[in-house]
Ligand binder design. Sequence first.
Ligand SMILES: C[S@@+](CC[C@H](N)C(=O)[O-])C[C@H]1O[C@@H](n2cnc3c(N)ncnc32)[C@H](O)[C@@H]1O
Length: 285
Amino acid sequence: MEYETDRYHIECIDGIEGIKKLKDKSVKLMYGSPPYPNAKRDYCIWSTEEYLGKIIPFIKAVLPKLTDDGFIVINVKSNRERGDDSHSSRRSLVVEKLAIALEEELNLYCVDIEIWIKSNPVPTGNRSSCQDAYEQNLWFSKSPKWSINIDAIRRPYDPDTLKMYENNTFKPRRTGTKYVSKVKKIKPNPLGALPLNITYIDPVNIIYGGVSSKTQNHQAVQPAYLPAKYIKATTKEGDLVLDPWMGSGTTAQVAIELNRRFVGFDIYPDYVTLALNNINNLEIK
Ligand SMILES: C[S@@+](CC[C@H](N)C(=O)[O-])C[C@H]1O[C@@H](n2cnc3c(N)ncnc32)[C@H](O)[C@@H]1O
């Protein structure tokens, strides 16, 4: 396998075994969405109790394969434990435990825990807390000093902010905050406003999205804007992106369209075929 030159390589294999075959320090970004804790899906269930034991081996396997300035982004949704006569349905903290393990056990550095607000959350029917409407993106760096391409993920300014910049002169704050050091007008950046650590819409193409299997033979297809944000922020053209839980191949499609190289694995042949079809349907420049 020649990952250095192949534009993409996808394979039906257990993700950990696939990762082991990669060259050391070859992957700039691992982006993926593993099976969610306790979620009953066609492909499998990773229970809350076994969750860390299932997922940490993937991260351990990938660490030597990451470049020294590489990143890991894991998209995951927390679950609620079943309530009974004496207990209400309790939100599991397994995702938070995973984040802590990434820092404490695996020596990664937390860039952020970002929130993906879903436009179409499936009602839980739960009456002892609010409805689930977000997922988390655990964004970690291998290096304590990292660099990202903020300009690549800027967003359109809110019209009210633009009006405020136009109509106001800003003065230094009495608190001594350095944001404005002398009386001045603020000029909007021509590339857009700084990105937020929440994602709920593709700011450029205005696509709302949640997990959807309506048009694909997979139960957890992501909207493309989710991997796109992290691929644009952490990689440049030609860099290698890995998704060890590839599913329908959303990460693959985005990476290839952005002229990154891609390697992906899934344990089920049907999903690998689906991902291949999706890649073949791309109009690659
Ligand atoms: C949440 S889905 C990923 C969906 C994907 N992001 C998409 O947009 O289609 C998780 C995937 O992990 C795969 N998976 C489960 N266990 C695996 C393993 N041990 N190795 C590789 N893939 C695995 C499942 O088959 C499933 O397709």
